[in-house]
Design a protein around this ligand. Structure first.
Ligand SMILES: Nc1ncnc2c1ncn2[C@@H]1O[C@H](COP(=O)(O)OP(=O)(O)OP(=O)(O)O)[C@@H](O)[C@H]1O
Length: 591
């Protein structure tokens, strides 16, 4: 941004587009209320105009007539005016904050809805701190700005307009002289606004990094402690806090330029008016008397405070435009994995799953699959084995459309998975994945998560099958800690297996499903899994080859390519990579 920001206009086309978008989506349907707020703030401004006019008359009464009853009337009226203003200044923010809170709630809900629809790839490349920053603090700052800042600004603007109108009416000549400074003000604001945007952008990035840093640190606390890296983590976060402090100070340094500039400008104006107005009174013939000139000066005083606030508002506006753009950025993120018009909800879940010349890359520079062919027979057990990073989990991600292929196709019973409604497709799988997500709730609720309508008996049966029922009984209603931190790896895995039992979808995907279990438990669960997978299309990804010997077909992957395939017996007979892997693992068990 650096140099280009110097030329930035006060409102870029993107800013205008973002404001229109915000208006259309979150404020437009509340137009009648907004009009009411506008009417109330205008009334508040009119109070000032009336006050000026009354003051002028009051002064005239004192200077010329000396009528006491007139003076009392003027005083009573002034009191009434400010009473009205007091009521308005209570009611107006109540309505405006209500409007802004509603707008922001809708925005938060839209953001949540949109986020949940985005592809997995978005979450795998976006720092969670950035997402939290948008949903929590940026939306909140924006709400504050819209609810209080904008309304105050409208009130100030209305005051400036109404009072200016009155002053023009009183003395166009004096007013024009006073307004000579306007171009100076505009130029100044233009110069500063680009700078504010630039610093605000850096500040948002710094906040995002800080939040992600905190998240990473708390998630990785076990590793931090065991490897004694507390000091390093502290320094990393300290550096982030220093960065934020520096940026905040820089931002304030720029924003703080606005109010004093207005002060300097107002000093010029006062001098002009006192000098020019005084001259008019002394010379006569300008229709201006002492009361007129005092009221004129009072008008300027009343006007300058709102002007100062407007200048601050303008500085905040520039910062808020950056927030708005950042939030809008989430909406610009497009989902690629969606249904299309011809997507079907029904398909033969028992059909063969076929990879036909599949091409796929997480990163275009490093393709993973180039023309991958796989045939996963319906109702049978297929295993995928191979070195770590060979692409086994990715095969499962592509079948479930967590990612889409870049070329070729994956079909189930001849139907391209991209032609099946995403929801129908995904509901046909029970998955035991490597990264098991456990919520801070009871074991019972954690199992129920995949089938909220399941009966109690079904949940207990699933828990029994996965050998977790005893623990479920023992822990009762105790929650499992954030991310299930109070459970062992094997216990988490058993919850994942119980979920698969409960869901009992037609296609079973087991990705290292029993890797964290001791041999005895694994044997028991393997038995249960055998029963679960009976007549179901089952894909097993495993390192421990003992868990795949019973598979109908085994694919051996190496760097994204199938290097061997066949049954256990066939592959052993082949004396290739699989046989070598099997032999070395057997040796491992023996020693
Ligand atoms: N979300 C991702 N973004 C970028 N690259 C990825 C992503 N997930 C996996 N990869 C890369 O793709 C390759 C295949 O990963 P995959 O998880 O499919 O391997 P795997 O055979 O299941 O490995 P493991 O046995 O260790 O689980 C790896 O090189 C990995 O670094």
């Amino acid at each position: 941004m650096g140099k280009s920001s110097q030329k930035q206009p006060m409102f870029s086309p993107t800013d205008i587009d973002n404001i229109k978008w915000f208006w259309r989506n979150y404020l437009k349907d509340k137009s009648p209320w907004l009009l009411l707020v506008l009417a109330m703030v205008s009334a508040q401004a009119l109070v000032y105009q009336q006050f000026l006019s009354l003051t002028e008359n009051g002064l005239r009464v004192i200077f010329e007539d000396g009528s006491l009853s007139q003076l009392i009337k003027v005083c009573a009226f002034v009191f009434l005016l400010f009473g009205t203003r007091a009521v308005l200044s209570y009611v107006t923010p109540r309505i405006s904050v209500w409007l802004a809170s509603n707008a922001v709630r809708s925005m938060r809900q839209d953001l949540i809805k949109h986020l949940l629809r985005l592809d997995l790839s978005y979450f795998e490349k976006t720092k969670s701190g950035d997402i939290i920053l948008r949903l929590v603090s940026q939306v909140d700052s924006l709400s504050h700005f819209v609810g209080q800042g904008t309304v105050a600004a409208v009130r100030d603007l209305a005051t400036v307009i109404v009072v200016s109108g009155y002053l023009i009416y009183k003395s166009p000549l004096l007013f024009t002289a006073a307004m000579i400074v306007i171009p100076v003000l505009v130029l100044m604001m233009r110069g500063i606004s680009g700078k504010i945007k630039e610093v605000q952008q850096s500040a948002e990035n710094a906040f995002g990094n800080y939040m992600s840093g905190i998240e990473e640190m708390t998630n990785g606390m076990r590793t931090v402690k065991i490897s004694g890296q507390e000091d390093r983590e502290r320094d990393r976060l300290f550096e982030a806090t220093n960065g934020i402090r520096d940026l905040m100070i820089r931002l304030n340094a720029v924003q703080a330029l606005f109010p004093p500039s207005i002060d300097v400008v107002s000093a010029f104006v006062y001098v002009l008016v006192i000098g020019g107005g005084g001259y008019m009174v002394i010379q006569g013939g300008f229709g201006m008397d002492a009361a007129g000139i005092i009221a004129f000066l009072l008008g300027l005083v009343i006007m300058f405070d709102p002007l100062r606030l407007l200048a601050s508002f303008f500085a905040q506006l520039q910062a808020s435009l950056i927030l708005l753009d950042s939030i809008r950025g989430v909406y610009r993120e497009k989902m690629r994995i969606t249904d299309h018009e011809g997507s079907v909800a029904e398909f033969n879940t028992e059909g063969d799953i076929k990879f036909d010349q599949v091409k796929f890359a997480y990163d275009p520079q490093h393709p993973l699959f180039e023309d991958l062919d796989l045939m996963i027979e319906g109702g049978k057990k297929t295993a995928i084995v191979g070195a770590t990073g060979s692409g086994k989990t990715t095969v499962l991600s592509l079948i479930t459309r967590l990612y889409d292929v870049d070329g070729g196709k994956i079909t189930i019973d001849g139907l391209d998975v991209r032609d099946i409604k995403v929801k129908s497709l995904r509901s046909s799988f029970s998955v035991v994945a490597q990264d098991i997500v456990i919520f801070n709730d009871t074991i019972y609720e954690n199992i129920r998560y995949v089938a909220p309508n399941a009966t109690e008996e079904e949940i207990w049966a699933a828990a029994e099958a996965a050998e977790i029922a005893d623990l479920m009984r023992a822990r009762g209603s105790a929650p499992l800690g954030p991310k299930g931190s109070q459970l062992s790896g094997g216990q988490k895995q058993r919850i994942a297996i119980a979920r698969a039992f409960l869901r009992s979808a037609p296609i079973l995907l087991l990705d290292e499903a029993t890797s964290a279990l001791d041999q005895k438990t694994e044997e028991k669960i393997q038995g249960a899994l055998q029963r679960l997978s009976k007549d179901k299309t089952t894909i097993i990804v495993a390192h421990r080859l003992s868990s795949v010997v019973a598979a109908d077909k085994i694919y051996v992957l190496d760097m994204g390519q199938v290097v061997e395939q066949g049954s256990h017996a066939e592959l052993i007979a082949k004396q290739g990579l699989y046989a070598a892997m099997y032999a070395s693992q057997k040796e491992g068990y023996a020693t």
